[in-house]
Design a binder for this molecule. Sequence first.
Ligand SMILES: [Zn+2]
Ligand SMILES: [Zn+2]
Length: 1017
Amino acid sequence: MADPVFQPLPTVPDHAALEEEILAWWEAQGTFGLLRERNRGGPRFSFFDGPVTANKTLGVHHAWGRTLKDVFQRYQALRGFDQRYQNGFDCQGLWIEVGVERGLGLNSKREIEEYGLEAFARKCRELVVASAAEITRASKRLGQWMDWGNDYFTFSDTNIEYVWRMLKKVHANDWLYLGHRSTEWCPRCGTSISQHELVGSYVDRADPSLFVRLPLRERKGESLVIWTTTPWTLPANVAAAVNPDAEYGLRANGEWVAVARYPDDKFTQRVRGSEMVGWTYEGPFDELVGAEHRVIPWDEVSLDEGTGIVHIAPGAGTEDFELAQEYGLEVLTPVDEAGRFYDEYGWLHGLSTTEAAEQIIGALEEKGRLVEAGLHEHRYPECWRCHTPLIFRIADDWFISVRDLRQQMLDANTTVEWTPEYMGKRMDDWLHNMGDWNISRRRYYGLPLPFYPCACGHLNVIGSKAELEERALGGLEQLEELRRPWIDRVPVRCEQCGEPVERVKEVGDVWLDAGIVPFSTLGWENQEWIPEGYATGAARELTKADLPDHAYWEKWFPADWVSEMREQIRLWFYSQLFMSVVLTGGAPFRRVLGYEKMLDENGREMHGSWGNTITAEDAFTRMGADVMRWQYCAQPPDRNLLFGYGPAEQIKKELLTVWNSVSFFVSYANIESFRPSWASLEPQGELKPLDRWLIERTHAFVADARDAFERYRADDVIRLYEAYVDDLSNWYIRRSRRRFWDGEEAALQTLWYALVQTLRVLSPVMPFLTEHLWRNLVPDGPESVHLAPWPEVEAPDRALLDEIADARRVVTLAHQARSAAGLKLRQPLRRLVVEGASGARAHADEIADEVRVKEVVFDTVDAELRVKPNLPALGPRLGKELRTVQQALQAGEFEELGDGRFRAAGYELEPGEVLVERGGREGWAVAAAEGVTVALDTTLDDELVLEGRGFDLIRLVNSMRKEQGLELTDRIVLTVPDAESELVERHGDWIKGEVLAVEIRVDGSSAVAIAKAEARE
Ligand SMILES: [Zn+2]
Ligand SMILES: [Zn+2]
């Protein structure tokens, strides 16, 4: 026998081994390069990669996003689109700094400065270099095709210069200002934190809950009672706020509180809040700081918690600070950058805010000011980087005003198509509510803000490195990178008064770095294309990325598509949109795919300390990249992904269906030495109706999958595939087994076509497995499935497909009825009656064969109908009316409307809103769903029983053939006991045909036996 055309497949794929082999083969063949070359100059598909922070190895949650990016880029490549494939790394900011601090055992800004800023900067770069290499390696292993080696790094001088340029424009528009306000502050990191960085940083915490008495100066023996959960702010108290419209009362013990908070109390006196305004009181710690204390009105005072009188410390709260502006209150700032009390706070000096809490509670108690102390559970923000609870501090920070930008950004967002849609609304909500952008951080390894405020009052803003060099008064020779500490040693001349000025010490919010990417990587306003022009500053020798020219930017901006997880709405999507609106007035992307969170398979957050995190490395080894990718793709983007090995095992099982289908094809194709031809892919000639159906079904699958890819819904692609492969395997192959045995060319041709098209459609999702099977199945086509273009197919014949879908529905219901009646599938029956599913009429013979009945009749089914409400579906729609409908259904007072719809108590009920049961009459088994009812005649006679034994015997012999390792083509001699003589007499020829027996012997033996027959001549 000649070498087989197709390699036989093992029983199950070894995903990890197969993937390593394909990776090596791609590398050797230069497959990705060939693909890019083929699409070069074609229509463009522009994608911007949101930079991954280069401070760690690749996690399975990163692999989710990377998979989606790869899937849709691969799909667009199949369709012939030219693409950039530029990967990005985020390289500055707290992410990097905190990691390096931990590595070096540093725990404060003072320690960093002692360590030395040059050395610290180099350590930060080292972390980025190591992490970028690791992320690149793991991303390749995932199968992600990017232009590795030409990545962008946000710490390059080029990227920094682009942000400078944007800031200069912001300043020219008069949107830049130095704000003096109360802001969220991380005492460990020693910096303010901006509004968008608070996303997802609220945690459940128990904090002290204090009720404190503040004696009124003009009303002897009377006090206000306030409530606070931040004891450390009490020394900064200057006011107590009341709701001017609320009623306040004096309790018998001399305490003033809101009446609504103490409904059971008897009050000796009652006043409106507005009448209390102006009362003065003794502060909680007047011995530490002298300040005036008085009652002020505030509409926002809540009567839902506390006492209805709110403690105001303008130096330690945003709203407090705003009230101070309004009422001219003194602003006391009790703690320094590290969150420790200043020396003038006496016995509190040097204590942290948490250390101080205990001392403060003790002191209040001693002074008889403490009414009550306990614990209070609430959501409280912590630093997103180091998890230290945030405090409020007054700080001078640089802000970009959003006053003129808000509406422009909202308008720009209307041009963006969001998937899922609600994420676009979240963006709108954010844009409506966003405050001015706090862009400054008091840190080290970040974009140096190019601000040089002069004593003459002029703010110098440098817009490029060239401008810096031109205006520098020295220090250029040591300027290794546009970065601290080097840049701090370059003073410039004030453009107003000519005096030397120094840069502010602050660095920029890291989202500036990432938001500028649509400009900095595409060469916006760059005159001349600069080879390797992105490899500047810290990025030198890390990338070969060019800095393109403006014409290139015009071609690739805006992005056709970007994709990141939901939290990026307020982060990268926002910062990109912000900067794009500043520079161009429009949005930087046309379409966004967002997705929700990843949890473990039991729905818990993944945490190192809980032992439920999965590293990408483990997942590659234990699941394989294709199975990971499948898990990511199958996830609807509007729900959290429960990722784990359990779901992976399910997916592996599911993938066996296509694997087994290919294996089945290979077996029979090899027997027939079938040689397919890529040139005539679509089957022609003598086709059976079933073949025509599979071809149409394949057309529909390709068309529907394309539509799903176009909508960026990989989960729909997977669902379509699942339905398709079920039709392929459980209808086409099952119904065609005999033809494969007979080596029918049309069947082999049709199955081959279907499998080849399936691989092409699935190749973006599972690049390895599809490639592996492709190389086996398509000997004379494109060498890689990724180089075969997306299949072009004719519009499918949907009418024919509906007919078979109806027939399959009938078969499924008949199987249900049979199993409910306890009759095994091998037992033939007389009759099946079908009501509904009119499309199935033309396929009565196939149904009879599948269901193993002698006759299929289309008629009304005489059965008792029971209809119940499907509560989860119907409850929300009907509300209270549900009971009425339920009672009507129960009493049988309903009308059947056809197609599974009913009317009861005046309501029309859809098929999904009701549960339908049909009870058969004696001797019949009934099943119904979606408007189709079937009834199976369950009466057995001798004839049927004998035939059933025939099916039993065939099954037994075929399993014996397998156990004995016989080839599919081997003929056998079958021996059966005497008891089966009637069966052999009546059905011998049928049985011989089914088990490839040349002879059946009935020779008195006690068991069934088989022996391989001599080969035929
Ligand atoms: Zn921090
Ligand atoms: Zn000046």
